[in-house]
Design a protein around this ligand. Structure first.
Ligand code: LLP
Length: 428
């Protein structure tokens, strides 16, 4: 994380901006993203693909972080987008990502979403079932449009990641069974309003267990493409999905070069352009969640650091038992003796625990801490549970920073709620 450094005077600094300065201006909890890190990571990924001699395009998975400023930084790097909802498609377009570089993924696109995708004439729609193919064909034909379609295949491989984010096993809801793929692809070619352009897969997220699962999945796709070609069906490109993991703790981090190599050895011989849909690898390490200590509480058995951030902000620990590094921001705290602490939020459930027995210094109310690697699936997954407003978001770029999303206001949180007349007026 070259964008984060501990300075003797300023404490934890992102690029050239002390995080304490950001907390002064924006308050806490606040998500902070490094534009430099986003750019560097986008470039590193592209360089790895180029280095392997692949013709590849990168379609950033907007679900990881859909902040418009983040999307604009990535758009300026020439990344396309992988979207899974009308909201994400609109966000990508609003950030200036050309429709001609947008892929629409997902197991349950609604008619309304498909309509928008067709109206925008996006690059590709990845379909996941015969049922969806039928729906899309009827819709496209009725609109006088042609949808470029890739067929998402479920290769039945185990990506050996958390069960909740494994997607390439036959029991998962995603894609069509490899055995059904050739017949369905052939059928796509006969359907009005549909042009089959390729095959796709995505086997899971936070893959850190090496390249074996990737290789197995891509080998499966390569075999499928050979069979399709043998049957005289056109295949223009292969969508390799996302999933590349990052080291939250001490996991062996697969490098993009390894992924590029796995693609090269399995799909390279086809001589087709490939597409990638990375989310976490690009955005994860580029962001932190900045929070303040509300109080330090000595329980009967444990020390608790109670923060002003909670599971509604960063849900990954509660949802996936995920580990995030937690650093004190002040240089004095950073140099103080470490003892175990449970780091918790103020939400009324025990699951609102970020870390147990974490080695941290004693911290006084108001002290700042930073959750590392929170740029992906952080703000994007947050909620207003316990009527807690969505946190602010800040973009750092060199020595500049800007609030790129205001902290949600309390009026805003209530806006949209309506009272039926029969309840009468609230008591003052
Ligand atoms: N493509 C498709 C079709 C996907 O479903 C996903 C992620 C990606 C690409 C991007 O995967 P990535 O490169 O980010 O691994 N909320 C979870 C992660 C869920 C991932 C869902 N799909 C977490 O916080 O760990």
């Amino acid at each position: 994380r070259p964008h984060l450094e501990m300075h003797a005077f300023d404490g934890l600094v992102m690029e050239d901006v002390p995080l304490a300065r950001i907390a002064e201006v924006a308050g806490t909890p606040t998500w902070v993203y490094s534009a430099g890190a986003l750019r560097r990571r986008a470039r590193a990924l592209k360089a790895a693909l180029d280095g392997a001699g692949l013709r590849a395009s990168v379609h950033y998975a907007v679900k990881a972080n859909s902040n418009l400023a983040v999307l604009r930084v990535l758009a300026a790097e020439g990344l396309g987008a992988d979207v899974v909802s009308e909201g994400e498609l609109r966000a990508a377009r609003a950030a200036g990502i050309p429709a001609s570089t947008i892929v629409f993924s997902g197991v349950g696109k609604t008619e309304r979403e498909l309509r928008l995708a067709l109206a925008e004439d996006i690059l590709q729609i990845n379909i996941e079932s015969a049922e969806e193919a039928g729906m899309l064909s009827a819709l496209a034909a009725s609109l006088g449009r042609t949808a470029r379609v890739a067929l998402r295949v479920n290769p039945d491989v185990d990506a050996r990641t958390h069960a909740k984010i494994t997607t390439g096993k036959s029991e998962n809801k995603f894609g069509v069974a490899i055995d059904d793929a050739p017949a369905l692809y052939a059928r796509l070619a006969t359907l009005p309003g549909i042009e089959p352009v390729g095959v796709a897969t995505h086997i899971g997220s936070q893959i850190t267990s090496g390249m074996a699962a990737y290789r197995a999945a891509y080998a499966c796709l390569a075999e499928l493409v050979q069979a399709l070609r043998g049957a005289g069906l056109p295949v223009k490109h292969v969508d390799c999905g996302g999933g590349l993991g990052i080291p939250y703790r001490d996991e062996p981090a697969p490098l993009p070069e390894a992924l590029a190599g796995a693609i090269k050895t399995t799909l390279g011989p086809l001589g087709l352009p490939v597409m990638l849909e990375p989310g976490r690898w690009i955005a994860g390490p580029a962001g932190v969640l900045l929070a303040s200590v509300v109080l330090q509480k000595q329980g009967a058995a444990r020390r608790f650091l109670v923060l002003d951030a909670a599971m509604n902000d960063l849900v990954r620990p509660a949802m996936y038992e995920a580990w995030h590094g937690i650093l004190p921001v002040s240089p004095v705290a950073a140099a103080s003796p470490l003892t175990p602490a449970d780091v918790v939020g103020p939400v009324c459930e025990t699951g609102d625990t970020f870390a147990r027995g974490r080695a941290l210094p004693s911290l006084t109310p108001g002290a700042l801490v930073a959750f590392l690697d929170a740029g992906a699936y952080g703000a994007a997954m947050s909620s207003t549970y316990n009527m807690r407003p969505l946190a602010a978001e800040v973009l750092v770029d060199g020595d500049r920073f800007a609030v790129v999303r205001d902290r949600q206001g309390f009026d805003e949180m209530l806006a949209g709620q309506r009272q039926p007349a029969w309840l009468g007026n609230p008591q003052p």
